[in-house]
Design a protein around this ligand. Structure first.
Ligand code: HEM
Length: 508
């Protein structure tokens, strides 16, 4: 005889299945409880929406956004992902300009962004809004002045390049052993930035193998990025830690990077006690007051150091690596760049940093090459902001309060509707106008350095550093790719090369 309880269990089971089936029929292409939006939509699976697609493309996410455009022929499209707030992806330059600039006040770094970034970046400039952001921007902006560029920064870059050529490249020419170019660029920009920003001689370039701080910093960034595309990431990270206890956890990596940042500030406090005078980024912050008008705490200084390391090291190292990759794969461009270098730069120029700085400003083709590389390989390939209030984008897309707006400079740079039929070609000439002047593109079309009030503070510093390195290296060496490598990007907050880039080098 069937008992009452088994009947009720069966009834409950049937009702549950019917409810799920009903919900699946209603939310048949999107995440449960997401409403339909009157705009191009990336069709998803019942109840989970685009979550399976995100998982499938997690190692090629920037190409997914490019494919999305080609597949749907729409510059603005929405995604619905279980466990993630509504995402609206736009590649449309006028929309990007609107979010970054024209309606800046409505679009902030949102709560999910802050939550995912908090462990690594705390309240540092990349993760801050409002007054917390303003005081950091204002304090840092004082060091990016022409005098520092001309008299100090160029010197630091030249000094580090000499060290790099002596210790790495001249030796590689002699031994004819392959070298990981990407790794060397990370060490070069780390040493340069730590020296000019914090007055510390780190000497990563003199270290064979990995620098522990750098390794942990990279891992922590990768994990941070994965949080954006992993609903319930705190549980996933815990499970990974429990199932793979031999691997260094996120907390382990955070301890290493924290230790480094705190050591930098402690060392400075000691130097100040001994009467040393410094005028770099760190001392600016140590003498500044925070959003509450108080001197900065050790925690705030830790956040500032780490935020500036990602700003100053990773982005420029990657841009340099992709530049050399493009030059090695496009000999015509390399030859034309070398012509400009030889016509502008002499041994005397290289021996005088002020003269070098002045000459670089006039090197149109070198700038064009760098901008064209950043069009193809923007160091921040994907970004997002959170809408505080309802809004309408210039293309008519309705935004609701709480939506996340994504833009993908990596995809934007490759779209024909934005850059013309030759969008996918590497053509630095597109950056030079009919009068032979550098062409300025809008920040919405080319957001490689962001736009509006939060435009990259280090744009000119990065360009100077990259061009100094390009000039010295191209003038002296001929690099070639070791054949058979898979040169591709690693999905992270920035755009590192997943497998590095092995090169052979000869003297010119
Ligand atoms: C090729 C090299 C570089 C590229 C492509 C680049 C790009 C960017 C981008 C896209 C942002 C916006 C990030 C965001 O808030 O979501 C940004 C912000 C920033 N960058 Fe750069 N950057 C580069 C180098 C540098 C360097 C060398 C520094 C030196 C300190 C620097 C300092 C900053 C700072 C402080 C911000 C935050 C600005 C703010 O929120 O007000 N960047 N950069």
């Amino acid at each position: 005889m069937t008992s009452v309880s088994s009947i009720s269990m069966a009834t409950v089971g049937k009702a549950a299945i019917a409810t799920i089936a009903g919900l699946a029929a209603y939310y048949n292409d999107r995440a449960i409880f997401d409403e339909n939006r009157d705009m191009p939509t990336y069709p998803g699976q019942p109840l989970v929406g685009n979550l399976p697609m995100l998982i499938q493309y997690k190692d090629k996410i920037h190409d997914l956004f490019l494919e999305t455009y080609h597949k749907h022929d729409a510059l603005t499209i929405t995604f619905s992902v279980l466990g993630v707030p509504r995402q609206i992806l736009t590649l449309d330059p006028q929309n990007v300009e609107h979010v970054l600039k024209s309606n800046f006040e409505n679009y902030i770094k949102g709560p999910d962004f802050h939550g995912a970034m908090n462990d690594l970046f705390g309240n540092g400039i990349f993760n801050a809004n409002g007054d917390e952001w303003k005081y950091q921007r204002k304090t840092a902006s004082h060091i990016f002045n022409v005098k520092n560029f001309r008299d100090q920064f160029t010197d630091v870059f030249v000094e580090q390049i000499h060290y790099m050529t002596d210790t790495i490249w001249d030796k590689a020419v002699e031994t004819q052993a392959p070298v990981d170019f990407h790794d060397i660029m990370f060490k070069f920009t780390l040493d340069s930035f730590i020296l000019l920003g914090f007055g510390v001689h780190l000497n990563a370039l003199g270290t064979t193998g990995n620098v522990p701080f750098a390794e942990s910093f990279d891992e922590a960034q990768r994990t941070t990025f994965q949080r954006f595309i992993t609903p319930g990431w705190s549980i996933t990270e815990l499970l990974t830690q429990l199932s793979q206890p031999w691997k260094t956890s996120m907390n382990g990596h955070l301890r290493v990077v924290d230790g480094f940042a705190r050591q930098v500030t402690e060392q400075r406090r000691e130097q100040l006690k001994n009467g040393e005078v410094h005028k770099d980024l760190l001392s600016r912050f140590m003498n500044a007051t925070n959003a509450q008008g108080e001197p900065l705490t050790n925690d705030e200084l830790r956040d500032i150091v780490l935020n500036f390391v990602i700003a100053g090291r990773d982005t420029t190292a990657q841009a340099l690596s992709w530049t050399f990759y493009m030059l090695m794969s496009h000999p015509r461009v390399e030859a034309k760049l070398l012509d400009e270098i030889n016509a502008t730069i002499t041994d005397d120029t290289l021996a005088d940093s002020t003269m070098l700085y002045e000459k670089i400003k006039d090197m149109k083709y070198a700038h064009a090459v760098f901008y064209e590389v950043l069009r193809h390989y923007p160091s921040v390939p994907l970004n997002q902001k959170f809408a505080l209030e309802d809004d309408v984008l210039p293309d008519g897309t309705a935004i609701q309060k709480g939506d996340y707006i994504l833009w993908c400079p990596y995809a934007q740079g490759r779209v024909e509707a934005i850059w013309g039929a030759d969008a996918k070609q590497f053509k630095p000439e597109r950056w030079i106008n009919e009068n032979g002047e550098l062409r300025r593109e809008s920040q919405g079309k080319w957001p490689a350095f962001h736009g509006g009030p939060r435009t990259c503070l280090g744009q000119h510093l990065a360009t100077l550093e990259a061009l100094v390195a390009i000039i010295f290296l191209i003038r002296k060496y001929k690099f070639s790719l070791v054949p058979g490598q898979d040169i591709t990007y690693q999905v992270s907050l920035t755009l590192p090369m997943k497998n590095g880039m092995k090169v052979m080098v000869e003297k010119r």
